[in-house]
Design a protein around this ligand. Structure first.
Ligand SMILES: Nc1ncnc2c1ncn2[C@@H]1O[C@H](COP(=O)(O)OP(=O)(O)OP(=O)(O)O)[C@@H](O)[C@H]1O
Length: 241
């Protein structure tokens, strides 16, 4: 991938959560949770099904409001983008999905196509620009959502299990893209079930179980000496119930 000088390397604001709780119909699904995420790191959110990984990401990104507690970015809220497990794309061409995103962010008309084409090229989609986005393969669609996120120049990128429906080659393309974002100064917060993926990508790990934050550790210590029984079991491939 070629270099893109328009993405600035920034000091990403710290995200702070205090007593964050999410209750639905009387059932506590997450929290209370205290957390500080500092610096331009790659944080992997791990834990079994239903642990609250997606909830945590959606709360942090502002898609959901906590029932109680406070979510706060130090300084001003950063530019953010989110990539979901199932790509959310418009019923139009790959190129038009990107030019539309640029229009929404107020990019002048004359710049939209060149920028969109550059992003398609960066993510290996140049040959597919006229193809309807919704007929692209799962891996191609996910790369298109990453290309769209790239155009937003996010300071923070949320990825909610972005590779769980993909084959190994497509997973590699997404992981390469994550590294590319990070190399350009974007903070990464990504959920995953995949321990191998977390070992490849993570600087630090948040481990959730049953809506509680059980561990927040550097990746090295999480994988070599997990502090909690639940994380030990998860790493050893046991069923965490
Ligand atoms: N917006 C919502 N409103 C109500 N309940 C929700 C909402 N989002 C998630 N839940 C519930 O909260 C619990 C945690 O869900 P979440 O999707 O965060 O888990 P997860 O750790 O991401 O699981 P998975 O690995 O299966 O994706 C689940 O019981 C889910 O049904």
């Amino acid at each position: 991938m070629n270099d893109m000088t328009t993405l600035p390397v920034t000091d990403v604001p710290t995200l702070e959560m205090q007593g964050v709780t999410f209750i639905h119909r009387g059932q506590r699904l997450l929290g209370p949770l205290d957390l500080q995420l500092r610096g331009c790191r790659r944080t992997l959110v791990m834990g079994p099904n239903g642990a609250g990984k997606s909830l945590l990401m959606r709360l942090a990104h502002g898609l959901l409001k906590p029932t109680a507690g406070r979510i706060h970015w130090e300084g001003s809220a950063p530019r953010q983008a989110m990539v979901f497990q199932r790509p959310v794309l418009l019923r139009r061409s790959a190129l038009a999905n990107l030019t539309y995103a640029l229009a929404v962010t107020g990019t002048p008309l004359a710049q939209r196509r060149p920028l969109a084409r550059e992003a398609l090229k960066r993510f290996g989609l140049a040959a597919l620009e006229t193809r309807p986005a919704r007929v692209l393969s799962g891996g191609e669609q996910q790369r298109l959502t990453l290309a769209r996120a790239w155009l937003l120049k996010p300071e923070v990128l949320f990825l909610d299990e972005p590779t769980s429906a993909l084959d190994p080659a497509a997973i590699k393309a997404v992981e390469d893209a994550v590294q590319e974002f990070h190399a350009h100064g974007t903070r990464i917060l990504m959920s995953s079930h995949d321990l191998h993926q977390a070992r490849r990508l993570a600087d630090e790990v948040l481990f959730l179980n049953r809506g509680c934050l059980v561990e927040h550790s550097d990746a090295r210590s999480f994988f070599t000496a997990p502090a909690s029984r639940e994380a030990r079991a998860f790493i050893q491939g046991e069923l965490v119930l």
